[in-house]
Ligand binder design. Structure first.
Ligand code: KG4
Ligand code: ZN
Length: 362
């Protein structure tokens, strides 16, 4: 039995969790405590890095204690401490990693510096036991990528956004329409009573030979539509949200279909190819339904981990720690590791021009 304490502080959630892996290979989430800072940031319409870092400092001790208590373990039962060391807002990363260094150092436990994106990437193995290789669509506030997950620490980026991340596009759309932060869930809720056919928004990159994503043109189209119709009634806002969401789903489907085809070509012998979706936007039902339909058509198994594990949490960090330990890949010098605000999972593929420059986790 291996038990790892995970700590996550890369954006606006302070989280700690204990995950165990029994000898027979069945993982178990013993505790998963997440404190959202939504209230601290709501007045500003987005995450304020300095406020986030201070809120992590105030909350983290108590959150770690709660995660240990909930799990029915004490520090003495923990085999290693894993903390998000990047990418993300550097103030929060420092708080989490320094706390993990202190806990691990004082208790003589190994320390693992975990890439937040690796946490998202490996969650489907914790929840659904998905085997390598598989395709991952990562759609969060800072990232929009399709990754080939070949093994622990072994990723290839097949597509990324050349401008905004998808979660960011949702958040900015919400802001333009006067909907409260966080934008994504509010756009989805508002879209439910809207007419998705009213505004023919563009489907950026649809049909393009380049495999990447783009959302800034769509954002501009939303702004222009809102300005043209202003002053906006509640129905106008709902119609824009519904039309925006339809454009997003359609653009996403086109990009993901390409990746599924490439996977088939590169792994013709895969008996049951898998597409995993992760990140906060995976909560969106229209997005999920579109991906489910695509996978059904293409003969892929579609895996969407439960919402609590799709959005930021520390169970995925503890699990990534366990995966790294099991693969014999602990970070050799985690105590000397300096938090990285940018830390691509795929160290091989060249960055796409214009990408990764915006968003909290760019
Ligand atoms: O993965 P996550 O919790 O944090 C990051 O790593 O960024 O993702 C947060 C993002 C935000 O942009 C939020 O607006 C978006 O996920 N999001 C949604 C929904 N729920 C969260 N976007 C669309 N529809 C939703 N239901
Ligand atoms: Zn995340």
């Amino acid at each position: 039995m291996v038990r790892v304490l995970g700590i996550e502080t890369s954006c606006d959630e302070t989280a700690a969790s204990v995950v165990a892996l029994a000898g027979d290979g069945a993982p178990q989430i013993l505790s998963n405590v997440v404190l959202s800072q939504i209230e601290e940031h709501a007045a500003f319409g987005g995450v304020v890095p300095e406020i986030a870092a201070r809120a992590h400092v105030e909350a983290l001790d108590g959150i770690v204690e709660a995660a240990l208590a909930d799990s029915g373990t004490s520090l003495a039962d923990i085999d290693a401490v894993a903390a998000t060391a990047g990418p993300g807002l550097v103030g929060g990363l420092i708080v989490g990693l320094m706390t993990a260094k202190a806990i691990a150092g004082a208790s003589g436990k190994p320390l693992l510096a975990v890439n937040h994106l690796e946490g998202h990437a490996l969650t489907a193995r914790l929840t659904d036991g998905v085997a390598f290789p598989y395709l991952l669509l990562l759609v969060s506030g800072g990232h929009t990528q399709i990754l080939l997950v070949r093994g622990v620490g072994d990723y290839r980026r097949w597509a990324t956004t050349i401008d905004d991340a998808l979660g960011e596009a949702f958040d900015k759309t919400a802001k333009m329409l006067g909907l409260p932060y966080p934008g994504g869930p509010n756009v989805e809720k508002t879209a439910a009573s809207g007419d998705a056919a009213r505004f023919p928004f563009p489907r950026p990159m649809k049909g393009s030979a380049q495999p990447d994503f783009s959302f800034s043109g769509l954002k501009t189209a939303v702004r222009q539509a809102a300005e043209a119709v202003a002053p906006l009634t509640d129905q106008d806002v709902a119609d824009i949200c519904a039309s925006f969401q339809a454009a997003v789903a359609d653009a996403l489907a086109d990009r993901v279909r390409r990746a599924l085809e490439r996977f088939r070509t590169e792994f013709p012998d895969a008996a049951e190819p898998v597409l995993v979706v992760a990140g906060g936007v995976a909560a969106n039902r229209a997005v999920k339904a579109t991906l489910e339909g695509l996978c059904r058509q293409a003969g892929f198994r579609f895996v969407a981990p439960p919402l609590k594990l799709c959005t930021d949490n520390a169970a995925m960090i503890a699990w990534a720690g366990i995966e790294r330990l099991r693969a014999g890949l602990p970070h050799q010098d985690a105590f000397g590791f300096v938090p990285r605000s940018r830390w691509p999972l795929d160290q091989v593929s060249a960055p796409v021009v214009g990408s990764g420059r915006r968003g909290a986790k760019a």
